[in-house]
Design a protein around this ligand. Structure first.
Ligand code: GLU
Length: 572
């Protein structure tokens, strides 16, 4: 094993989103490619915003994606793999349990006069910022020239509230980025930033630098939103005599409409939908939304574009309004019926490309995690923005679902159902679920589609009397013709009542024989039958459609349809 150590260091303040998953994946892939270790560290120094649920959710999402961590919190996956652990004895992996390390580093900095207490209150800092604005210069906190160490120490000892700031080098800092090249931060771009907060907790900057050193991290791949932090981290590393890891800042991810992808996109979409509904009829909209969110919370959220509602609340709002929210979290895509391998493939392309061609000359785009682990490299990460193309992701998923063996598709579908729609799973008779799955496979872009209310399998999931007969289809296929479709259907019903086995091939053959005996095309009996049992003119293959429903349901639906359109069902 090489000395390479990469890490993913999420702050457990919410679900794992696409951007975070991409960061994790790239760090994982680099560790695998270089034969190193991939470590997971939980950055929970912001105790108020961190939660144990968020930690569990992030671990489960990573495990589902197959992004296995070699070191970090212990976790057993759904299929019994054990992840995490601490073979090099560099843990614990929760920053909240590492405070003594941060305090020790802080003491060293203060001792060397590289960090110092600062006593300004929030209001005083605001006033300084305001003054800088008025003088049209950037506000950068610097230690006052007349700073008196002894006097400051006395104030600290007297218990005066303070933060601790790091003395940033006056000359500015140059960061070497493996993707972007050298990035210079001038003296006016960096200031004496806070390393210890008023409450005594270290800031993110100090904790991340101490941990990366203590855990032997050699490569830091993270989103470009962290680029401005890197000069701070490098200066701290140099002040503490630490190594500077290799940094690579990953391209920003944009939506197809050109907006920056953000974990707030779901709130944004939901806010638009709520406002639209209110514009139509405010009182009705409020009444409709009341069960999902209380009025005061709704008001606050509508008024503050930056505020976020819990994912579950947003989902409830969207379902009340009958709309869909854009997937942002890994969990959204899992719920949406995407395969983890597809998501991994797609995430990898958000900034990286294999640079290989397919046999037909097109760029190689479809690959699995093993390919990524074997081929991933830093030079092929782009500098420019990455585009989150949902249509492409959907197309990838459809392609991958179609490529599964029927058995794998059935298993994937069953486990999706068990997780997200157990009540629907019960509606499919067990002996016919394989048939259902194989009929759905070529028609599904996601694992959620077969059982969606308007999906290709909806006909099998409703009660016989709930079938809505499409008027146009009824007129065209049941009322027309001589004899009419309804009459042919009434006649064929007898065959269906006794046909053995009630299975796809036998059903297709029986319909074929019926058509041939009457000298009519197969469609003349297939379409009336299809409309009667599904309500629509399109459904999976006739034999599959009938066999999925089973004899009782088929006969009941035919009788109901004939009764409804005024042709009595024969009694015999
Ligand atoms: N905890 C930070 C975050 O979630 C990541 C820190 C880093 O990668 O350096 O954004």
């Amino acid at each position: 094993m090489s000395d390479v150590v990469t890490r993913f260091a999420p702050s457990p303040t919410g679900h794992l989103h696409v951007g975070g998953a991409r960061t994790a994946l790239f760090n994982w892939a680099l560790a695998r490619q270089l034969g190193g270790r991939f470590l997971l560290r939980i950055e929970d120094t912001d105790q108020a915003r961190s939660s144990a649920d968020a930690v569990t959710g992030i671990l489960a999402d990573l495990a589902w994606l197959g992004i296995d961590w070699d070191e970090g919190p212990s976790f057993t996956t759904e299929d019994g793999r054990r992840l995490g652990g601490d073979p090099r004895d560099v843990g614990p992996f929760f920053q909240s349990e590492r405070r003594d390390l941060y305090d020790a580093a802080l003491a060293r900095l203060i001792e060397a006069d590289l960090a110092y207490p600062a006593f300004e209150s929030g209001e005083e800092l605001d006033a300084l910022r305001k003054q800088a604005r008025e003088e049209k210069r950037n506000f950068r906190y610097r230690r006052p020239a007349d700073f008196d160490r002894e006097a400051a120490r006395a104030r600290v000892e007297a218990g005066e509230p303070h933060v601790v700031r790091f003395r940033m080098p006056e000359a500015g800092v140059e960061v070497e980025d493996a993707i972007l090249g050298p990035v210079a931060f001038g003296e006016d771009q960096v200031d004496d930033f806070v390393v210890r907060k008023r409450d005594g907790f270290p800031t993110y900057h100090l904790a991340v630098v101490v941990d990366d050193e203590a855990m032997g991290v050699t490569h830091v791949l993270r989103g470009q939103e962290h680029l401005n932090n890197t000069p701070r981290h490098k200066a701290l590393q140099q002040a503490l005599g630490f190594r500077v890891p290799i940094y690579a800042h990953l391209p920003v991810i944009f939506n197809a409409d050109g907006s920056k992808m953000s974990k707030r996109d779901k709130d944004k979409a939901a806010r638009v939908a709520v406002k639209e509904a209110m514009a139509v009829d405010e009182a009705a909209a409020r009444a409709q939304l009341a069960p999902a969110v209380d009025a005061a919370t709704l008001e606050r959220w509508l008024g503050d574009k930056k505020s976020q509602l819990a994912s579950e609340t947003l989902a409830a709002l969207a379902s009340k309004l009958g709309g869909e929210l854009p997937g942002i979290d890994v969990e959204d895509f899992r719920r949406g019926g995407y395969l983890p391998g597809v998501l991994v493939n797609f995430l990898a392309l958000l900034g990286w490309s294999p640079g290989e061609k397919e046999a037909d000359g097109r760029d190689l785009e479809r690959f699995d995690a093993a390919y990524l682990a074997a081929h991933f490299d830093l030079p092929r990460i782009g500098k420019g923005n990455a585009r989150f193309d949902r249509a492409k992701l959907l197309a990838f998923n459809q392609e991958s679902l179609a490529e599964l063996s029927p058995r794998s598709f059935q298993e994937e579908h069953a486990s999706w159902l068990a997780r997200y729609a157990p009540e629907l799973a019960k509606q499919l008779p067990e002996d016919r679920s394989a048939l259902f799955a194989s009929a759905m496979q070529p028609r599904s872009r996601t694992l959620a589609e077969p059982t969606a209310a308007d999906g290709p399998g909806a006909f099998a999931l409703v009660e016989d009397h709930e079938i809505d007969l499409d008027e146009k289809a009824v007129a065209k296929f049941l009322r027309k013709g001589e004899p009419s479709g309804a009459a042919l259907l009434a006649e064929f019903r007898d065959t269906l009542a006794t046909l053995e086995p009630f299975a796809p091939e036998a059903l297709e053959a029986a319909a074929g024989a019926f058509a041939e005996a009457r000298g009519i095309g197969m469609g003349k009996i297939a379409q009336p039958l299809r409309v009667a049992v599904t309500g629509k003119a399109a459904s999976p293959a006739l034999g599959d459609t009938l066999a999925i429903l089973g004899r009782d349901a088929v006969l009941a639906r035919i009788d109901r349809c004939l009764a409804e359109i005024g042709t009595a069902a024969p009694t015999g």
